[in-house]
Design a protein. Structure first.
Length: 390
C-alpha cells in the first residue's frame, strides 16, 4: 500500500521488471491525557503517576517506508505477474512484529523491523478475469484506508506517542475503520462489466489479536467485494466472514462484517464516506476484542467522512471518524466495565507537493476514547514531515 510513482522499469526479453516505493519521516508531538480513567481498547494516549504527559518522536507515519518489486509478462494470452513488498520502519522495534509495540524501549544498539507485507502472483486476462494468490492486502476496509488523506501522513499517533514505537502510526485505523491487514489469500476478480468488478476469495484464517494460544481452523475465511466506477464516482461494498475456534468449543464464535463506501471527485475537490458493521469483528484490528471470551460475539460499527480541496500544489483536508464496540450481553457488561465504547478522531491537514514526488505536510489530530462506564481519555497530536515517493 504505497502512494508512489514508478521509478524503474526494465525489460528483458518478454519480462518487465519494476521497482517503486517511498520514504516518509515525521516529527510527532503528542499531548496525552493525565487521567485516572481506564478504557480497555482505547486508542487515546494516557499517563499516570509521574509519567511525562507529552511525547516527541521521529517516526514513520501511517505508511512505513516501502521498497516494492514487480515482474510481469504476457504468455499465451495470459498476463502473469509477481509482486514483493518490503516495508522497513525507522523506529527501533526489534522485538516481535514491527507492527506492534515490542514491549521494550527505544534504546541504543537497537534496530528497526522489516515488514514483508506482500508476496503474491496474479494471472488472467481481460476476458477471463484474474486470479490473485499469495499474501496481499485484504478486501474488507481496504477502500477506507487507501482513500484516507492521512495515508502519507500520521493521523492518530498510536504507538508513536509511547516509548516503544511501532513501524507505523494509526492514521484513521480504529477511528472509523478496521485495518484491512495483509492476508494469505486466493481470490478471483471478474472482467470489467461496464465499470463493475466483483472479487471473491478465501484467506488463511486469523487468530484474534492477543489470543493466548493458536488454534486449528477447519475452514478458511471468506471475503468478497463489488466495486463500481463511472466517471468521477467510485462505489464499493465488501463482506468478510470467518469461524473463530476457541480453546474450548464453548468459546467458539463466528465473525461477520460488511462495509459500504464511496468517493466523488469534482474538479479540485473530493469527498469520501465509508461505513462498516459487524458481529464478532472487534475494533481497530481484525477480530480484536471481538467476543467476551465465552463464545458470544460483540457487535461493532463505525464510519469515516472526509473532504479535501486542492489549491494549486497544496491540498487542504479534514476528516472525522469513529468506531463503536458493544457488549455481547449483560454478563459481559458486568465483567468488563471499562471496555471501550467508542474511539473517535478528527484530523485537519495541509499537504504541499513541492515536486511531483516530494510532499511536505502538517496535520493536527484530536482523539477521544470512551468506556462504557463513562471513563474518558482525550489526547491530541501535531506532526510535520515529508513523504517521498519513487
Amino acid at each position: 500500500m504505497s502512494q508512489s510513482a514508478q521509478a524503474l522499469d526494465l525489460e528483458a526479453g518478454d519480462w518487465k521488471f519494476s521497482v517503486n516505493g517511498n520514504v516518509n519521516v515525521h516529527y510527532i508531538y503528542s499531548a496525552c491525557d493525565n487521567s485516572t480513567a481506564t478504557v480497555t481498547g482505547g486508542l487515546a494516549c494516557n499517563t499516570s503517576g509521574d509519567q511525562q504527559d507529552n511525547s516527541s518522536s521521529i517516526s514513520n507515519g501511517l505508511l512505513p517506508a516501502a521498497l516494492t518489486f514487480g515482474i510481469s509478462t504476457l504468455q499465451k494470452g495470459y498476463d502473469i505477474a509477481a509482486h514483493f513488498g518490503l516495508y522497513p520502519g525507522i523506529s527501533t522495534n526489534d522485538g516481535g512484529s514491527p507492527n506492534l509495540e515490542s514491549g521494550g524501549s527505544n534504546t541504543a544498539l537497537g534496530t528497526t523491523g522489516m515488514d514483508v507485507r506482500q508476496v503474491y502472483m496474479t494471472f488472467g486476462n481481460a476476458s477471463m478475469g484474474s486470479f490473485t494468490l499469495g499474501r496481499n492486502f485484504g478486501l474488507f476496509g481496504f477502500d477506507a484506508i487507501i482513500n484516507d488523506m492521512t495515508l502519507p501522513g500520521v493521523g492518530g499517533s498510536g504507538a508513536a506517542s509511547s516509548g516503544a514505537p511501532a513501524n507505523t502510526t494509526l492514521g484513521g485505523i480504529g477511528y472509523g475503520y478496521i485495518y484491512t491487514d495483509t492476508l494469505a489469500q486466493i481470490d478471483y476478480t471478474t472482467p470489467d462489466f461496464g465499470g463493475l468488478k466483483l472479487t471473491v476469495g478465501v484467506f488463511d484464517p486469523l487468530n484474534p489479536v492477543g489470543a493466548t494460544a493458536p488454534t486449528r481452523k477447519s475452514a478458511p475465511g471468506f471475503h468478497g467485494k463489488a466495486a463500481f466506477t463511472t466517471g468521477p464516482i467510485y462505489l464499493s461494498a465488501t463482506f468478510i466472514t470467518q469461524k473463530q475456534e476457541g480453546v474450548t468449543d464453548a468459546s467458539d464464535f463466528t465473525s461477520t462484517g460488511f462495509d459500504v463506501g464511496g468517493k466523488l471527485t469534482f474538479g479540485p475537490g473530493e469527498v469520501m464516506a465509508y461505513y462498516y458493521s459487524g458481529s464478532g469483528m472487534g475494533t481497530t484490528a481484525l477480530f480484536n476484542i471481538a467476543s467476551d471470551g465465552l463464545g458470544h460475539e460483540r457487535d461493532s460499527d463505525g464510519f469515516i467522512a472526509q473532504a479535501t480541496y486542492k489549491l494549486g500544489d497544496t491540498k487542504l483536508g479534514v476528516n472525522y471518524g469513529e468506531s463503536k464496540l458493544d457488549y455481547a450481553n449483560n454478563a459481559d457488561r458486568l465483567a468488563n466495565p471499562t471496555l471501550v465504547e467508542k474511539n473517535s478522531k478528527y484530523t485537519a491537514g495541509v499537504y504541499h507537493s513541492l515536486t511531483a514526488n516530494l510532499t511536505l505536510l502538517a496535520e493536527y489530530s484530536g482523539v477521544k476514547s470512551e468506556a462504557h462506564n463513562g471513563g474518558e481519555i482525550k489526547a491530541n497530536n501535531f506532526n510535520v514531515g515529508a513523504f517521498l515517493s519513487f
